[in-house]
Design a protein around this ligand. Structure first.
Ligand SMILES: [Zn+2]
Ligand SMILES: [Zn+2]
Length: 279
């Protein structure tokens, strides 16, 4: 399994010289299973644009590409790249098919939410303009999804409007993706989340704020790098990746935070656009 980070930022894409090193695109992580015509994607922030092009270059569409897209929730920074994902529009004899997973909401269905996003007045498309075949599956927290060679467990995020944390288990390797979420108690891991990420090889975690800044951002639905370490310690996580960087944090600031965090946990890294982890 190989992980690649295509977007690591929260809230809004931030291009520019201040974000060249860690990257300015919003949330999108790829799980490469090694099968050429298969892709697993977590979130469809602006980073998914680069992944789409990379899949096209890698020949994903040459033999009926099969994709699984897991959405944590529907805040714009996690879905805004959706209409810019090239494999949805690939022309030719072969048809790509995607299953889109996302949290069940009280009001609109997942299909309605996505169609709304790509339709007028927000965008000049509709779902029937895509050439790929799309299947939508709404998930309740706690549900388990089974794919060929992979089991995916889910848990509820503590975030305005809700959302899903995911854990991917395949051939004794486990990766957990937990963003956007706010701890119920700053100094203690949330028991449900700790249960989901227990003994994970990699935990990708919401570290939007520094502990100092979090004091003024309580109730906004995000966490800190220090809470990520608390969770990683309590749940015996091997590697912690700090993710969903605040849009106002420059490369310099993120490098400083990474340095401090490294003194407190043996294997912690700041997520960086383009970064790969081989497992
Ligand atoms: Zn977000
Ligand atoms: Zn959010």
């Amino acid at each position: 399994m190989r992980l690649k980070f295509w977007g690591v930022r929260g809230s809004l894409p931030i291009p520019g010289k201040e974000t060249l090193n860690y990257g300015g695109n919003t949330s999108c992580v790829e799980i490469d299973t090694g099968r050429k015509n298969e892709t697993i994607i977590i979130d469809a922030g602006s980073g998914i644009k680069g992944l789409g092009q990379d899949l096209m270059d890698r020949g994903f569409c040459n033999e009926n590409g099969i994709g699984y897209l897991f959405l944590s929730h529907y805040h714009l920074d996690h879905i805004l790249g959706f209409p810019f994902f090239a494999p949805f529009f690939a022309k030719g004899e072969n048809k790509n098919s995607f299953t889109i997973y996302g949290p069940k909401t009280k009001n609109d269905s997942l299909k309605e939410i996505i169609n709304h996003l790509i339709s007028a007045p927000f965008f000049p498309l509709s779902l029937n303009r895509l050439s790929a075949v799309l299947d939508f599956k709404e998930i309740n927290p706690g549900e388990v999804i089974e794919l060929p060679d992979m089991n995916i467990s889910t848990e509820r995020l503590n975030h305005p409007g809700g959302g899903l944390a995911y854990r991917f288990d395949s051939n004794n390797i486990s990766v957990a993706y937990v963003t956007d979420t706010e701890p119920l108690n700053e100094n203690k891991a949330d028991s449900m989340i700790a249960g989901l990420v227990k003994n994970a090889d990699v935990l990708i975690y919401d570290a939007t704020y520094t502990p100092e800044e979090y004091v003024n951002k309580k109730g906004w639905g995000h966490s800190t790098w220090r809470h990520g370490i608390t969770l990683a310690n309590e749940a015996s996580v091997k590697k912690l990746v700090l993710f969903h960087h605040d849009l106002d944090y420059s490369d310099e600031r993120l490098a400083q935070i990474e340095k401090i965090a490294k003194k407190e946990f043996k294997d912690v890294e700041m997520a960086k656009e383009g970064m790969e982890i081989k497992l």
